[in-house]
Design a protein. Structure first.
Length: 65
């Protein structure tokens, strides 16, 4: 999906990389700024962050099931 970097759907596509600290600094700052003003993206961020926090609990066997 394309769009202006400040649009909600674009930010939602970047949340996984943002949570994993995998964005360039300038893009991470843009996402962080957007999250302070968009409740929908902030809620999505919380869900992605929660899921990412659970990843270390998975074993290789869990992934093969």
């Amino acid at each position: 999906m394309t769009g202006h970097p400040e649009e909600g759907p674009h930010m939602r596509q970047l949340l996984g990389a943002y949570v994993l600290d995998a964005l360039p600094a300038a893009e991470a700052r843009t996402v962080a700024r957007h999250l302070t003003s968009c409740e929908r993206c902030a809620a999505d961020y919380a869900a992605v962050a929660e899921a990412a926090a659970l990843l270390p609990l998975l074993t290789e066997e869990d992934l093969l099931e």
